[in-house]
Design a protein around this ligand. Structure first.
Ligand code: NOJ
Ligand code: CA
Length: 670
């Protein structure tokens, strides 16, 4: 349905004085969210948002500033306004939900200035929030240097916010819970509650543009701050036209509504790949945690983790435990230069890692290999080898790669500017050429491009498990904040599932002692065992890792959960939760359901209706619960496994210890 409104239907006339203002508005399909665009008397572009007729985002500036006399924000007048709406359901090869409803009303405001700059501001309002983007055309311009973004989010009433600080190089930071007005700056997604409404500001479809962070200009007015190039330019455009990423505000009456929203994916372009049948979610184990604990090493020496023998041991374990893949770090030459030139060679395995034999053995056992490319931040070195490296892996039958960018970038570039956004996309496209899926560590933030490139499966982009190995670690509330902030952007390779919570086995390792890897900090995992299991469900990743060394799983009764788990889910719903407090999420994969519930430092009981189960079916529920005496600080490994027969009419009381959780598999009884 496309309606070209007559100019007279908006509240101003072309070239007429804007008194009191020129404005037009668009509402969500259910009428609850209303966005009003206005040109003020002095021709500044602004927008505001109401939710249930209450001001939610007060009038907020729009536009950009550019170099060389190019105007991107001032003196515009409206030449027309188009309205459109869509209600469609589309499906994706994998995801929290295989099918997603895309239902919105659109308003495209067309503007121009006296220099003939043309701008379309495209607003889309959904029942779960809104997005808008800028589409500029500057006839005759051969380049544009964007210096500043004016887009702001003027949250109308103070409340509470949950966010990490703005930083152009890392997202591996602790979350802060603080008044919105006292949040100086933030990276996105920043989630907040004002009045009775929850919101989250982020962006969608970040393409050839720098990331947006937010700076508080006073009270609750957050202005976009783009990650710069080394010379201070924010965006370099070749030619005279560009579209920005979408600026998004998710809105929901309950916090879990933010998690259940498909808005970020809906604002991305449909799949650009010709075929997707080579893309499949997998569970994996890997030669990884031993390195972080110092029991093994990336570099070749007597602690070397990625040896042929160890690789085969992991393949055998995966094959025996219904796990589809294994991942190896420290397999290639270059780790000896760690912290120096970071000049990795992506086609030269270490002498004790016989990759051809390992690939042959994995194939024989039906196990996929996830390769590893650590760049250490040396982008030019990686780009030089990119095509060759992905082809080389593909020729060996390796079609999934974990990448890493741990280290500073050369020539003053930061990780999140336009330069590196381009690089990350180049890698996605090269990987797709070789039918290869990606798990990116130290990535650019997720903005939903997995819809367009479903081989971009998962990424890190927050403090993951590794922080527990060598720092004070992630506090229990971290896992109650991730689902309401970072996870709104997309899947995360957190790498849950450490069973040796206090590193008792690692601490006994003679090699760790010999190499003086025993640090003074009392490192450990800050949860109970049941919470580790629940995080396999909660922290969604289509490549889901059981991250502990396999010795810690062998013979452990609770590892049955991971054997039964399926990373290829069809449906998901966040059932209950509050940011920083607790969360309960259910997922379905084929005929089985999985539920994960976790809590912060507080012990908690949550009553859950099982009405998400298929009606008329009976299920065997296997419950992995905190033991009665469990406590994340004093008794983290106490757990129990309880079996029950349940159906969709039942309620379940979920009992969680301090820093604990609960995981449940529901398998139909035939
Ligand atoms: C940081 C990544 O997050 C981690 O998973 C990896 O083991 C190291 N870099 C080394 O590549
Ligand atoms: Ca990392």
């Amino acid at each position: 349905m496309k309606i070209l409104y007559a100019i007279v239907s908006v509240t101003c006339f072309i070239f007429s004085a804007c008194t009191p203002s020129c404005s037009s508005d668009v509402s969500s399909p259910d009428g609850k969210i209303r966005l009003l665009f206005s040109l003020t008397n002095d021709k500044q572009m602004t927008y505001q948002v109401t939710v249930n007729d209450t001001l939610f985002i007060a009038p907020s500036p729009l536009g950009f500033e550019a170099r060389n006399g190019i105007n991107l924000s001032e003196g515009f007048h409206i030449t027309g306004t188009d309205f459109d709406s869509k209600d469609e359901t589309w499906s994706q090869p994998w995801g929290e939900n295989k099918s997603i409803r895309n239902h919105y009303n659109e308003m495209a405001v067309h503007l121009t200035d006296t220099l003939d700059t043309r701008l379309t501001l495209r607003f889309r309002v959904f029942n779960d929030g809104l997005g808008f983007r800028y589409e500029y055309q500057l006839p005759g311009a051969d380049s544009i240097f964007v210096m500043n973004e004016l887009t702001s989010f003027n949250i109308a009433q103070d409340g509470i916010s949950w966010s990490i600080p703005a930083n152009f190089d890392t997202y591996e930071l602790l979350y802060r819970t603080q008044p919105i007005s006292q949040t100086d700056n933030a990276n996105t997604p920043i989630t907040f509650k004002t009045g009775n409404v929850y919101g989250s500001i982020h962006e969608a479809a970040l393409t050839d543009f720098p990331e947006m962070t937010l700076r508080n200009e006073g009270n609750c007015l957050f202005k976009s701050e783009l990650a710069p190039w080394p010379d201070g330019v924010k965006v370099r455009i070749a030619g005279g036209s560009f579209k920005t990423s979408w600026r998004t505000i998710q809105i929901a009456p309950k916090a879990v509504g933010l998690i259940n929203s498909g808005l970020i994916l809906n604002l991305n372009e449909p799949c650009a790949l010709e075929t997707t049948d080579w893309i499949r979610p997998m569970k994996y184990v890997g030669v990884w945690w031993g390195m972080h604990l110092g029991v093994e090493s990336w570099v070749i020496n007597d602690r070397h983790g990625a040896t042929t023998e160890n690789a085969k041991r992991y393949i055998d374990f995966a094959a025996a435990n219904n796990i589809e893949a294994v991942m190896y770090e420290g397999w290639n030459e270059g780790w000896e230069n760690w912290g120096g030139s970071q000049a990795f060679d992506y086609t030269k395995p270490y002498a004790d890692f016989d990759i051809k034999e390992i690939a042959r053995y994995a194939k024989e056992k039906g196990i996929a290999i996830i390769g590893h490319h650590e760049t250490g931040g040396n982008i030019p070195n990686y780009e030089k080898q990119l095509d060759k490296a992905y082809k080389w892996y593909a020729d060996l039958g390796i079609h999934s790669v974990k990448t890493g960018y741990a280290g500073g970038l050369p020539n003053g570039h930061n990780h999140h500017g336009q330069y590196n956004v381009r690089h990350y996309r180049e890698v996605v496209k090269t990987a797709a050429k070789y039918h290869t899926t990606l798990d990116v560590h130290e990535p650019i933030k997720d903005t939903g491009i997995r819809r367009t490139y479903p081989n971009m499966m998962t990424r890190e982009g927050a403090r993951g498990m590794e922080w527990n190995a060598w720092s004070a670690g992630n506090p229990p509330e971290h896992h109650e904040l991730l689902p309401f902030t970072r996870m709104l952007s997309g899947p995360m390779d957190y790498t849950p599932g450490i069973f040796d919570i206090l590193y008792e086995r690692a601490k006994k390792s003679p090699l760790r002692k010999k190499w003086n890897m025993v640090d003074s900090k009392d490192c450990r995992v800050n949860t109970t065992l049941a919470k580790q299991i629940a995080n396999w469900v909660i922290i969604y990743s289509p490549l889901q890792m059981a991250s502990d060394m396999i010795e810690n799983y062998e013979g452990h009764p609770a590892f049955l959960f991971f054997r039964d788990f399926n990373a290829d889910c069809d449906w998901s719903e966040a059932l209950a939760g509050e940011p920083g407090e607790f969360v309960v999420i259910a997922r379905k994969a084929k005929d089985n359901y999985y539920l994960g519930a976790t809590t912060n430092e507080e012990a908690r009981n949550v009553n859950i209706k099982l009405n998400f189960l298929e009606k008329g079916k009976t299920y065997k529920a296997t419950i992995y619960a905190d033991g009665k005496d469990a406590d994340w600080e004093t008794n983290p490994t106490s757990y129990e496994i309880i079996e029950k027969t349940v159906n969709a009419n039942d309620n379940l009381e979920i009992i969680m210890a301090k820093g604990g959780g609960q995981a449940i598999t529901f398998i139909p009884v035939l």
